[in-house]
Design a protein around this ligand. Structure first.
Ligand SMILES: C[S@@+](CC[C@H](N)C(=O)[O-])C[C@H]1O[C@@H](n2cnc3c(N)ncnc32)[C@H](O)[C@@H]1O
Length: 355
């Protein structure tokens, strides 16, 4: 997957001797930002008026070519546009209000994740804030939109494994699906309790609380993630009887007091893209062990895209901490050069301490 990103967010540009225009600069990179989209793709750039309902008022196609590192996009500012407020969307599929993970592998979009800018107004010469939205179709009638920052923070943007796991969570609603069997094996309790570690922007936990009724989801991360997660929580429509909260939880520290009690045990602990830094794996595994000492029945689901062989230390640490691997599910990422070259793996564990 590759993400459309604003190197310069949309804004009014008035150059001497030329007409005013709305302008931005985009790039299309991997989640880590370490590679650019290596294909030719035609993109739709759409100005969405926020006048009453959001609708496309001007649109154009732009061509991304393999080998490019950035691409400017401009729209002439006609009189009727001056007084309006806009968002700008740039993506593969024209006129779409969300990305459909299942269709992103197609040749037309090549795994490109669309971007929606924040609101901006040419008349006030304000640039869109350095926050963008991504929107995904989770299942029929369920679309989730999530904000991320455009900067370099690891916690405050989206990652392949989190999106991939989120876009498969609707399978939990189908009894007998491999995902349901792996994550929720026993008869369902009245209230399901799920904790997410290293939630980042919160997408996995938000999706769980949006799709699954009667579920308490606790998102956790370092304090630097708190502001963006709480913004995203405030935008999330919850399933009936479900709750969604954030709490700071640093793997390098002991569990917060309220998570040390076994009165309300967890049924599931999830983490997506949290194993990319082998140096953090001992603390992550230690945190999983602490959580499972309190909730020994919990399933542990770790979604990862292997980026480097050093990450394999995570598996040894899990075995050493007495976690038994029950199953691994594989999700090839959309937009691979060869299918399966880049894959998100979901490793599911059960804690089985020796007596
Ligand atoms: C690559 S991001 C993945 C974010 C999110 N799960 C996703 O898939 O989009 C890794 C996350 O782990 C968190 N993290 C790293 N070290 C941590 C620690 N010691 N304690 C808690 N969270 C940590 C980071 O803040 C970041 O949000």
């Amino acid at each position: 997957m590759r993400y459309v990103r604003f190197l310069k967010p949309p804004r009014l540009v008035v150059d001497k001797g030329s007409k005013p225009q709305i302008s931005c600069l985009i790039t299309i990179t991997s989640d880590l930002g370490d590679s650019f989209l290596p294909y030719d793709v035609e993109l739709a750039a759409e100005l969405l008026s926020l006048h009453q309902t959001e609708e496309i008022v001007v649109w154009r196609t732009v061509q991304w070519k393999a080998g490019m590192r950035s691409l400017p996009i401009t729209f002439p500012l006609t009189k009727n546009l001056k007084a309006q407020k806009f968002r700008l969307r740039v993506g593969g599929e024209p006129k779409s209000t969300y990305d459909d993970y299942g269709k992103m592998s197609g040749e037309a979009t090549c795994g490109v994740v669309s971007v929606w800018s924040q609101e901006f107004s040419p008349s006030e010469a304000t640039a869109a804030a350095k926050l963008v939205d991504r929107c995904f179709n989770l299942m029929d009638g369920h679309v989730i939109c999530i904000s991320e920052e455009t900067g370099e923070s690891i916690a405050r943007h989206l990652w392949d494994a989190g999106i991939t796991l989120s876009c498969h969570i609707s399978e939990l609603l189908k009894g007998g699906s491999p995902l349901a069997e792996a994550l929720l094996p026993t008869s369902r309790p009245n209230q399901l309790r799920i904790l997410e570690l290293g939630t980042g922007c919160g997408m996995v936990g938000m999706t769980l609380a949006h799709l699954i009724a009667d579920t308490n989801v606790l998102l956790t991360d370092l304090p630097e993630a708190q502001e963006i997660v709480e913004h995203n929580i405030s935008q999330t429509k919850l399933a009936k009887g479900s709750t969604l909260k954030f709490q700071t939880l640093d793997w390098d520290e002991d569990l917060p007091q309220d998570l040390r009690s076994s009165r309300s045990p967890l049924h599931l602990v999830v983490a997506a893209d949290c194993t990319y830094n082998a140096d953090s794996s001992p603390a992550l595994v230690q945190t999983l062990k602490r959580l499972c000492n309190v909730s020994p029945q919990a399933r542990v689901a770790i979604a990862m895209k292997m980026r480097h062989s050093s990450e394999e230390v995570f598996f040894d640490l899990m075995a050493g901490a007495e976690f038994i691997k029950l199953t691994t599910l594989e999700y090839p990422l959309p937009g691979d050069v060869e299918i399966g070259e880049e894959t998100v793996f979901l490793h599911v564990y059960q804690y089985k301490p020796s007596i």
